[in-house]
Design a protein around this ligand. Sequence first.
Ligand code: M6R
Length: 588
Amino acid sequence: MCGIIGYIGGGNAAEIVLGGLKRLEYRGYDSAGAAFVADGLRVVKKQGRVETLEPYLKEISARIGIGHTRWATHGVPSDANAHPHRAGGIAVVHNGIIENYAELKAELISGGAKFLSDTDSEVVAHLLNKNYRGDLTEAMQKTVKLLKGSYALMAICETEQKIVAARCKSPLIIGYGDDGNYCASDEPALAGLCDTITILEDGDIAEITQKNIKIFDKFFKPVARLKEPNLAVSASLGLDGYPHYMLKELRETPLSVEATARAFEKVKNTLSAALAGVERVILTGCGTAYHAALIGKRYIECFARIPAECETAGEFRYKNPIIDEKTAVFAVSQSGETADTVEAARLALSLGGKVVAVTNSHRSELTRLATVVVPVAAGPEICVAATKSYTGQIAALYLAAAALAGEKFYLECAEKLKSIPKLLTYTFESLDMRSLAHICASSSSVYFLGRDLDYAVALEGSLKLKEVSYVSGEGYPSGELKHGTLALIDYNTTSVVIICDEALAGKSENAVEQVLSRGGKVAVITNIEGVKKRFTGKLPLVDLPPCDKFLSPLLSAVAVQMLAYKAAAVLGREIDKPRNLAKSVTVE
Ligand code: M6R
């Protein structure tokens, strides 16, 4: 999945495309490129960050341009695999995956086409070139009929003064400017450039000129699509003195919880009304959002006593799930654009279920299709690793589950949640992760262990550590340790045991002893006084303030996230943009 932007107008296309690509880097950052109509077609593409491209674009003067920042799916990150791809006088950028590219490529090669990359996307350039009879819009119409998969496409031709765009399953928006028009994979790319946008629908093809925009539906009939205000914030978000966005965003966790609680008040009644009569809940999401969903499942079961299941969105989609009008599917996603989560939500709706979008992106694919939106108000999250959005998701799910349990219970829970921002601030001030971070950074593997809610946080701790520090390991239920994983424990491994549930503390303490007796290193994260007394002075101990057990994941989450951050810093990793990843995963 990648970011794409196009511009045609009176301004400097190279500058505008470059600015848009910088804003789109969260969608991928392993290579970048751009194409312009300027005395013929000029294509510049480079492996690496957008900044690598910058000096080349400075030399270009053009009025029409398209750009791409890539997260590799087919073909390694390299200059050749970077977009745009060119065939004849046509260049194209693509976000998505062309699933039938191998057949198309074989056919094109047998017809004499010469491929220069290993990407699926290059077939689109060759098809456009093959189908071109003097009109790029018609060539696009013929081409998309042949494509299977997902795509947001933008193409330009050396002999035409227009950009032609097409979408299927991957988002694409048009921006209406004063002296020209835009097209992009999402709103942030157009922040500060235009006030009005149109979100294209699946099957749409748009022909964009400096003065005019024509949109055609999947039958190639002209259509009028809704014009909406562009809500993307143009101000660039600074680090405010922090060395990394991850640390800055972690420190914004108290605000995220507070703002999410305030935002929930506004949707509480709508949610309760929409879910009246629901007899079953399924929660879904990917990565960190899935870990929040696991905690939400326990809230819904414990508070509302509604049977709840939780599944990663990529699995859920392909399991022919049993859903009817009495099923609510909570789709949890920071970005609201994650392909698996969006498609899982779409599937749930098509089967008659209700979809609750729990998201930090209040205008996204997910919010557009949801029955009801439960906002996470974490604010923009720049670091690829999710931090404050995770805690915001937990807070939102806590309140949603409480609301489903009735007004009295909800009010009690909302009151309890109010104590958390202060406890979080206290936690940040008192946490000292330096020595544990060094221990983890030098371990061959780090295992995060816990039971019930602590296990869900253990999964998140493990993911975060892997993601930003590249130290391997897993999150594991502490009771399961002795059924296999114990074989991996030796003096090079560290186990971080989370113990924030008094009723299960003794059980997790057993896991501590089992690891110690096999020579493994152990650290304990706890907010239980008895556990603190038992291990103080014997083991590295992360001492969290006491709180309600259902709210403890908010505190233990910041502890494991901070540990991951510090370990990554010890190892000198590129924390905000870890290798091989992207913030927004818009492909399967
Ligand atoms: O935008 P989403 O919440 O849907 O993203 C889901 C995952 O891709 C995301 O949480 C990912 O696991 C994070 N990079 C983890 O820190």
